[in-house]
Design a protein around this ligand. Sequence first.
Ligand code: HEC
Length: 152
Amino acid sequence: MSRTRLLPIALLALVAVASFTAGTVTRAQAPAPGATPLSRTAWSDTARIYSEEQAVAGQAAWTKVCAECHETVDVTGADFKTKWRGQSVFALFEQIRTTMPDGNPGTLSREEYAATVAYILKLNGLPAGEKAMPTDSASLAAFTLDLPAASR
Ligand code: HEC
């Protein structure tokens, strides 16, 4: 490797060391606002049922529609986890689809509801996979909400 190619790497290393010693933690992917940063090992890695792209779409829908009334802690907090852990993804999807947005339920498409559910899973630290979450009820019923135990 030539010197001109090594220089930027050396600079990067310097910056990394500098920011490390300054106490700043830089993350490749910053957690979404409100997300509880927990170590990945504390979470089930088994059900990668949504895609990153879908969660991003879900975040947009959340910001546009849901954030008017909700903070993300509403779908990540201990109450939420206790209530939904072990239930099917369909149960959550259907609850949201038939009751949200409050006063105006069913106004989003199934794709948009699935995307918001994907975003909620992401907020809860469940990892994205290759494929988008399906939107048909039978497929969704086969997935369990593998939320971690509530910690209070
Ligand atoms: C106009 C206000 C409003 C909007 C907009 C809204 N919600 Fe809600 N949401 C509420 C209220 C109020 C409750 C509590 C209802 C209850 O407990 O009966 C609630 C409850 C929920 C719950 C249940 C929480 C739990 O602990 O089980 C979920 C999930 C949820 N909303 C998701 C969403 C999503 C996703 C959207 C956007 C598509 C959304 N909400 C939009 C007002 C709203």
